[in-house]
Design a protein around this ligand. Sequence first.
Ligand SMILES: Cc1cc2nc3c(=O)[nH]c(=O)nc-3n(C[C@H](O)[C@H](O)[C@H](O)COP(=O)(O)OP(=O)(O)OC[C@H]3O[C@@H](n4cnc5c(N)ncnc54)[C@H](O)[C@@H]3O)c2cc1C
Length: 331
Amino acid sequence: MNSLAPYHSFSLQSSAQSIVFIESLDQLSKIEWTNDTWILGAGTNTIFTSNYSGSVLINQLKSLTITESDTDWLIDVAAGENWHSLVEKLINEGIPGLENLALIPGSVGAAPVQNIGAYGVEISRYIESVQVYNFKSHEFVKMNNSDCNFEYRDSVFKQPENSHLLITSVQFKLPKHWLPVLEYPDLQSLPNDATAEMIMQHVIQVRKAKLPDPDEIPNAGSFFKNPVISSAQYQSLLSNFPDMPAFVLDKNKVKLAAGWLIDRAGLKPLRVGDAAVHQRQALVLINKGQASGADLLTLARNICNTVKEKYGVELEPEVRLLGENGLLAQL
Ligand SMILES: Cc1cc2nc3c(=O)[nH]c(=O)nc-3n(C[C@H](O)[C@H](O)[C@H](O)COP(=O)(O)OP(=O)(O)OC[C@H]3O[C@@H](n4cnc5c(N)ncnc54)[C@H](O)[C@@H]3O)c2cc1C
């Protein structure tokens, strides 16, 4: 039956034509790539909204090597390692840097794909290189940070034409001269001399208070990206919504809080079947048990339409939504 429900954290009932677990690099050359093959890590940012007609490769490569230069820690991690376990292990070994990104679910290999970020830090800051296996040429290729085109929740790996690139390991460079990043509002209660361990524990606490644990309430984290709009549009929105929060990106652009837009549009009570908006964090959509892909897509469309009508702002999914034949081109 090849059920995908256990392999994606939104846990919709769905299945794949076949599921292959990647446990060693030797397996890769024997895999024949077809356009409907989908690479999966822990499935915490991917939602299978229907049965999938292709095969799914689940990356479970494991290894960790730590070396050092005079100035930096150099961490080489296989893509199937758990992200949060890596953060904890490094902090416990006295290697700071990733503490703001604690408790983000998922695998190390998916971290570069959407350039994971939280509490004022994006992982692209610390990625030295990414090793990939190209299923079309059957070669390993090392990509440097600048080859990855990292942007807000985006990278070269998210482009559909690169779906045949399997990230096998990631190389991080963490400076020994460490400085805490405490600018994010949720971290401002910490003292300026907070240690990495203190920051990690604080981030864990804040996240546990705000976000549903996917093991208890199936979800895929932020369903939508925070929309980026022009400063001029923001200024005009402020006349109707004077308390609308925004993060200034540069003199022409600001990033809005999608959760705030959804909440203030009165959409928290919205529910379609068992697909619903989370009550503590409106940016997270949840599966209350038996949601179907159609329920979720209808809910997401309703949210987008209402937000567009109320503020003139387009919401775009942050999660990877798959239908029968692959990535959905639109909601
Ligand atoms: C409760 C919750 C909170 C979250 N909070 C945050 C947050 O604060 N910040 C944030 O950025 N994200 C957050 N997320 C999203 C998610 O945790 C991250 O995107 C994470 O990196 C996904 O890892 P994964 O292994 O589950 O990826 P998957 O869902 O398995 O895959 C995600 C994408 O990466 C691709 N991919 C996965 N592995 C590989 C590989 N080895 N090679 C090539 N492509 C690959 C997949 O094809 C897919 O396109 C949250 C999710 C949840 C459920």
